[in-house]
Design a protein around this ligand. Structure first.
Ligand code: HEC
Length: 135
């Protein structure tokens, strides 16, 4: 009994897998995201990659300001998930801080400028920072 059960399971697993992918693919044409959504998703991913490469050291993996280099900076690292802060700032200000450092908005020199980042990269980071908002 058990061997016939195993046989049928072994037979059906690939069939079920195929059915799953066939269903997923056949939905693609009518449910595919508009190009702008795909572009936004790609930008968000770029922003995440940059953030997790050069910003997390201070801002932390989740953006809460608790990265490994966040202590002894002489300044508190902004909690980017905070909804009150998210409400109080504009995308323009976020882009300004990233490009020119926090002194550009009257803050500390601990948050250095990033002159090598392109406008598109800075926009991607801004999107990612907006996605970190909690509640
Ligand atoms: C050396 C540590 C450090 C690194 C690296 C760093 N930051 Fe910051 N960041 C800070 C500190 C400190 C503040 C708080 C500045 C203040 O309030 O004066 C801050 C503040 C900010 C703010 C909020 C500014 C505001 O409105 O108060 C944003 C947005 C930000 N950082 C984005 C980034 C991004 C994006 C990167 C990576 C490209 C980055 N930071 C890298 C330390 C850092």
């Amino acid at each position: 009994m058990s061997s016939s059960l195993r046989l049928s399971r072994d037979f059906f697993r690939p069939v079920l897998l195929w059915a799953f992918f066939a269903a997923a693919c056949s939905k693609a044409p009518e449910e595919s995201a508009p190009t702008t959504d795909l572009a936004a998703a790609a930008a968000l991913h770029t922003g995440e990659t940059i953030f997790q490469t050069r910003c997390f050291v201070c801002h932390g993996r989740g953006g809460k300001g608790d990265g490994p280099a966040s202590t002894n900076l002489g300044a508190r690292v902004r909690d980017l998930t905070n909804s009150a802060w998210q409400n109080s700032t504009s995308d323009e200000t976020i882009r300004n801080v990233i490009r020119n450092g926090a002194t550009a908005i009257g803050g500390t020199a601990a948050m250095a400028p990033n002159p090598d980042l392109s406008d598109a990269q800075i926009q991607s980071l801004t999107l990612y920072i907006r996605s970190l908002r909690k509640d």
